[in-house]
Design a protein around this ligand. Structure first.
Ligand code: DGY
Length: 349
């Protein structure tokens, strides 16, 4: 029997996705609850055809330098800030991410944070739960979203999905992006320079990827440029924000409130100073975390890996220049072969 390709999975992923993967390849999985030691992973990769990578893991040239059979790496995430794409491209290894399938889900979470924070839902609900309904202080008021301005930083497909929700709530949407989009008229959005956006926005929502340019973009100067009454939301990546500067801005009323899906570090240790900040709502990086979307992301990851180990094109490849190409069909050759095989071609147009 022909040997199946071998795929290494360096951590825990959904069981249904592993079962699907196993229909096509052999799987060697790290099933301990501890993070797989990097040196052990490197050993395992020597014989592997594919890697399903699970964070925390830095994927780079060093990780794959002895993995001479490795044909594909994929991860169930749209962001790939833990992956050195240039070094994988140099090694000729295509990398698959999961764009598209999570857009609406992440936008729902972003808007849920905006709505929850604007009406101080958590604080108000806690008074009721604690049996202190009547003692609720009058300063936990919240603010309207309608007739307010949302400033989105990083206007890709998810940013556009957030803007649709904001407009349904009666908000004006402005955005800052590397490039101005060509479809502003369709989405009723307005491009702005970053400083102008910070000066006018009542809600600032970061949805940018983490890159050298966006690392610590939200620093002391950034928060000073925001309105004192503004809500700051981060659904992009934790290290885009200088956490010390955020804590300071919240404690000194430079800004009013923050709602975060992502933090730096992740997970936050129990004694982290951000946890003592009252006007800050934090959820544990659950942007894409619904059952249906996590399944879609896992199946897309498995499909990318199954394609890659067979040297077929990955469905969603970040470094297209090393993605596998569809085999070109030589029609003349195919017709000759069919004739040789005795197929009567007169029945075909
Ligand atoms: C991603 O896909 O990059 C998200 O952060 C996962 O929730």
């Amino acid at each position: 029997m022909e040997k199946k390709p071998l795929v290494v999975v360096n951590g825990l992923v959904r069981k249904d996705a592993i079962a699907y993967l196993k229909e096509h390849v052999d799987v060697r999985q790290w099933t301990e609850k501890t993070v797989m030691p990097r040196e052990v992973l490197k050993e395992w990769l020597i014989d592997a055809d594919g890697l399903w990578c699970v964070r925390p893991l830095d994927v780079d040239g060093d990780l794959v330098k002895n993995a001479s059979n490795l044909k594909v790496i994929a991860q169930a995430a749209v962001g790939y800030d833990n992956v050195n794409i240039d070094e994988l491209t140099a090694a000729g290894i295509p990398y698959g991410n999961t764009p598209g399938v999570l857009n609406e889900t992440v936008a729902e979470l972003a808007f849920t944070l905006i709505a929850t924070a604007s009406r101080r839902i958590i604080e108000n609900a806690n008074f009721v739960k604690d049996g202190r309904w009547a003692q609720r202080p009058s300063n936990i008021k919240g603010f309207d979203l309608s007739r307010r301005t949302l400033g989105i930083i990083g206007m890709g497909a998810i940013g556009v999905s957030i803007s649709r929700r904001a407009r349904a709530f009666g908000m004006t949407v402005v955005y800052h992006n590397r490039n101005q989009r060509l479809d502003d008229k369709i989405h009723k959005t307005t491009y702005m320079e970053l400083d102008d956006l910070l000066a006018i926005s009542d809600v600032v929502c970061v949805m940018a990827p983490l890159t050298d340019e966006t690392y610590h973009m939200c620093d002391e100067a950034f928060f000073k440029k925001m309105k004192n009454t503004a809500l700051f939301v981060n659904v992009g990546r934790g290290p885009i924000v200088d956490t010390k500067a955020l804590i300071n801005a919240l404690k000194t009323d430079e800004i009013d409130y923050a709602a975060l899906d992502v933090t730096d570090p992740e997970p936050l240790p129990a004694d982290h100073p951000l946890l003592d900040v009252e006007n800050c709502l934090i959820v544990p990086h659950i942007g894409s975390y619904t059952d249906r979307t996590r399944l879609d992301m896992s199946i897309l990851t498995a499909d990318n890996i199954i394609a890659g180990v067979h040297k077929r094109p990955l469905k969603t490849c970040v470094n297209e220049e090393v993605n596998y190409k569809k085999p070109q069909m030589d029609v003349e050759f195919a017709l000759e072969e069919l004739k040789k095989a005795g197929v009567d071609l007169t029945d075909f147009d």
